[in-house]
Design a protein around this ligand. Structure first.
Ligand code: UDX
Length: 458
């Protein structure tokens, strides 16, 4: 078992650290935020992630994991240091590497024995060559240090599971020593390991994420065409999915991808290509489609309603996907300001993301509009004029079509996640607009409502 230090306790670093401890390594997680370190020591996870807190507590009690702000003591005797700090997007779409540089400098000044530095953060191809040079330039002691690339593929909400049961582990190294050490560190996970050179490993991360983003944007593009030609995108996806070459995952059309990876990594790779004088047209197309997709329902609703001024608007779901409190690049962040600008009276519901959203849009008056955070779907829908579904939380999916008709002033639903079938909404008498499928128009909804009312009467 090895002595491992992890720099950064965000999604990538903390989950990696906890999983290394879980398989038996001795782990120290380093973060600059003292408050956060104390919270973690008390067994509380600073992020909402299924199963994480339990493993934090178990491994802390077993003294296999600790948290500190003292990077020097954590790094100096480590066999390997994993870097999992953020690489946020700069305004021009390129990756900001200043956190990595800071950690690299601290490593160079701390290590007292041979050490493998493993970069988990997503970095532009070629960065790890520079990180290695940088560390060597600032090295204080006469020790061997090498940098390896080990990109992370975990998805938020299932991060622990994704790490312990990954479909593959990618390691990118430039020497047998580094390759063998990393192989040994990962051996207890008992998972397939793909060993390549450093630049290929860096590229695998971007190529994988951008392919998935492309797959979603492709389905969204097809969805928009489906609406125009009268096809149903869910049926189309189903038909496609039986082809093993296409597969059955990531074919869900919706209001565009969000989160911390796809939006950032598509722009970053486009930028990397640009720097090499190449235009990455496919990825550019994915970005363009995604941008338009996010406000598609708002645009549809604007045409139908003329104005949102004074209307009670129910917003169901704020996070970029269910199972997380993360709002990064969520469709809600684009749509809610547009609705507020129009004077909408928003009632927003999200089981875990509301308090984060309130930091951006505090409860109460927001310009011309107003926003209220409610703790259940019923309160959001009560007397609402229109409802937007942005995240497919279980709590939202549990709402039966009849509830929209029963609770709303006008049962008018814009569903960005295709939660309901057209038929059930039609039967319930709800005007229903979704993505890539036929709408249940007002007249049809009204008609089926009358039929039902007549049946009830007779
Ligand atoms: C993603 C990758 O899955 C992961 O491998 C990588 O390391 C980081 O980025 P994450 O962003 O956590 O993970 O979530 P994911 O479940 O992949 O969803 C990303 C976005 O795509 C969400 O907004 C989701 O709603 C959207 N999506 C996903 C679709 O719109 N349609 C789909 O079919 C799948």
């Amino acid at each position: 078992m090895y002595k491992i230090a992890v720099a950064g306790t965000g999604y990538v670093g903390l989950v990696a650290g906890v999983c290394f401890a879980e398989v038996g390594h001795q782990v120290t997680c380093v973060d600059i935020d003292e408050k956060k370190v104390n919270v973690m020591k008390s067994g509380v996870s600073p992020i909402y992630e299924t199963g994480l807190e339990k493993l934090m507590q178990k491994n802390y009690a077993a003294e296999r994991i600790d948290y500190t702000t003292d990077y020097n003591s954590a790094y100096k005797n480590a066999d390997a240091i994993f870097i999992g700090v953020g690489t946020p997007e700069r305004r021009d779409g390129s990756a900001n590497l200043s956190y990595i540089a800071t950690v690299a400098r601290q490593i160079a000044e701390s290590i007292e024995k041979d050490c493998l530095v493993v970069v988990k953060s997503t970095v532009p191809v070629g960065t790890n060559d520079k990180v290695e040079q940088f560390i060597q330039d600032f090295l204080v002691n006469d020790v061997k240090v090498e940098v390896a690339s080990n990109p992370e593929f975990l998805a938020q909400g299932s991060a622990v599971h994704d790490t312990l049961h990954a479909e593959r582990i990618i390691i990118g190294t430039e020497s047998k020593w580094a390759e063998e050490l990393l192989m040994k560190i990962y051996k207890p996970f008992n998972l397939p390991i793909v060993s390549v050179n450093r630049r290929s490993a860096e590229m695998i991360k971007y190529a994988s994420n951008d392919f998935l983003a492309l797959k979603i944007s492709y389905m969204n593009d097809i969805a928009n065409l489906c609406e125009l030609v009268g096809a149903d995108v869910q049926d189309v996806a189903k038909g496609m999915s039986y082809d093993a070459r296409i597969g059955n995952k990531f074919l869900n059309a919706g209001i565009g991808y969000g989160g911390s990876c796809f939006p950032k990594d598509t722009k970053a790779l486009e930028n990397i290509a640009k720097q090499h004088g190449y235009e990455l047209r496919t990825v550019k197309a994915a970005i363009d489609v995604n941008k338009d997709q996010k406000t598609l329902l708002y645009k549809k609703a604007s045409k139908r309603l003329i104005t949102f001024n004074g209307l009670k608007v129910a917003v169901l779901g704020l996070t970029f996907k269910p199972g997380t409190d993360d709002l990064r690049e969520a469709a809600s962040l684009e749509n809610v300001p547009l609705l507020l600008e129009q004077g909408a009276d928003i009632y927003a519901y999200d089981p875990v993301g509301a308090s984060n959203f309130a930091k951006v849009h505090p409860e109460g008056k927001n310009g011309k509009g107003n926003i209220t955070y409610v703790t259940n779907v019923k309160e959001a829908l009560d007397s609402a004029n229109v409802c937007f579904i942005f995240t497919e939380w279980g709590e939202v999916k549990a709402v039966t079509p009849g509830k929209y008709r029963e609770l709303m002033r006008t049962p008018l639903v814009y569903d960005g996640r295709n939660i309901y079938s057209i038929d059930e909404m039609k039967e319930a008498g709800v005007e229903y607009h979704s993505i890539g499928r036929k709408a249940v128009e007002r007249e049809v909804a009204k008609e089926s409502r009358n039929i039902e009312l007549q049946t009830v009467r007779s």
